[in-house]
Ligand binder design. Structure first.
Ligand SMILES: *Cc1c(COP(=O)(O)O)cnc(C)c1O
Length: 342
């Protein structure tokens, strides 16, 4: 029996059980189950929350990333800069377009993409950078936006773990071309199933993605391009509208718990606590500590009923799925990639 489970989704969602019932009833009464009022209302409210002009709801976070890259016309022969340290979805979105993910090491203390290492990886084929706000803390968006601007690259943010986080008091999207969100149940803003969204200030991009998610269609039975079926589900949108108003309160609670962890764990030899630079206001999707004695610490905590997980045990470039890219053990000691310049 785990006294402190890693994540208790049941408890989190039962809190709002009555409001979920009301939301279900609302959708049933409306008789509209796909791309209805619930989706458009949630899109409007989430755009406002994110201080963004547009929000397009999609099927999940991976599709949010993929459809944004697609809308920019990124495809075979292109390269997209991605963090080496991220959940594999960031990479898969690039692979789906036919482009190649080009991994960059993180700033060690903050786990996020290191802007200073990007320029050395840029080739004539580079089209975009995906910044991931891993573990709930935003990457250095000032530095990343400067690199993207200088080289004329699209900048996409993967905010699947960072709904509500800020960098220099600004929300994700303030200095990028688009932001991809996931509403997977375990995320800070989680649905009762899959869901995702893209926010952007670019109205043409929002319109293209709104078509891409719905068979490339603007008008029923008229298909302007080869699109997908990746719509945010009407019922999930209704459930998300129950949770969006309490997101800031939930994030504040996470911050309070992180503060207590920081207090209680500070000064322990061999344990590195999360580093939060003064520009960052993280939302603590997870609280990541680092130690050389990871196995022992995990077992020690497990014996005392405290659940932990490793985020992530195998980085994308070491997954079997990406064996063809030819990356060896230890990212910095990689065999040289053949970057055939044209
Ligand atoms: C969860 C996650 C995704 C993918 O979201 P899904 O909704 O599961 O497709 C993408 N990137 C990161 C960093 C994530 O944590």
């Amino acid at each position: 029996m785990t006294a402190v489970p890693f994540l208790d989704l049941k408890a989190i969602n039962l809190r709002d059980a009555d409001r979920f019932q009301d939301a279900l009833r609302r959708v049933l009464d409306s008789g509209w189950l796909i791309l209805g009022k619930e989706v458009s209302q949630f899109e409007a409210n989430f755009a406002t929350y994110c201080e963004s002009d547009h929000c397009v709801g999609v099927g999940n976070g991976l599709d949010a990333l993929h459809l944004a890259l697609m809308a920019w016309g990124i495809g075979p022969g292109d390269e997209v800069i991605v963090p080496s340290n991220t959940y594999i979805a960031t990479w898969l979105a690039v692979t789906y377009t036919g482009a190649t993910p080009v991994p960059i090491e993180p700033v060690e203390a903050m786990h996020n993409l290191d802007a200073a290492r990007i320029e050395a990886a840029i080739t004539p084929h580079t089209k975009a950078i995906i910044a991931v706000h891993l573990y709930g803390q935003m990457a250095d968006m000032d530095a990343l936006a400067a690199v993207a601007r200088k080289h004329g690259l699209k900048l996409l943010e993967d905010a699947a773990q960072s709904h509500g986080a800020r960098w220099n008091s600004r929300s994700a999207g303030a200095s990028s071309d688009a932001v991809a969100y996931s509403f997977y149940p375990g995320k800070n803003l989680g649905a009762l199933g899959d869901g995702g969204a893209i926010t952007t200030n670019d109205s043409a991009l929002a319109e293209t993605i709104a078509m891409l998610r719905n068979y490339g269609s603007r008008r029923k039975y008229e298909n302007e391009f080869v699109g997908y079926n990746s719509r945010l589900d009407e019922l999930q949108a209704a459930f998300l509208s129950v949770k969006l108003p309490v997101l800031d309160r939930d994030n504040a609670r996470r911050t309070e718990i992180a503060r207590r962890y920081g207090e209680g764990l500070s000064g322990l030899v061999g344990l590195t606590l999360p580093f939060v630079p003064q520009q960052a206001a993280p939302v603590w999707h997870v609280h990541v500590v680092r130690t050389e004695r990871r196995v022992q610490l995990q077992a020690f905590l497990q014996e005392r009923g405290i659940g932990t997980l490793i985020h992530y045990p195998i980085p994308p470039h070491r997954q079997k799925a990406y064996a063809a890219l030819g990356y060896g053990e230890g990212f910095s000691r990689l065999p040289k990639r053949s970057t055939a310049k044209s």
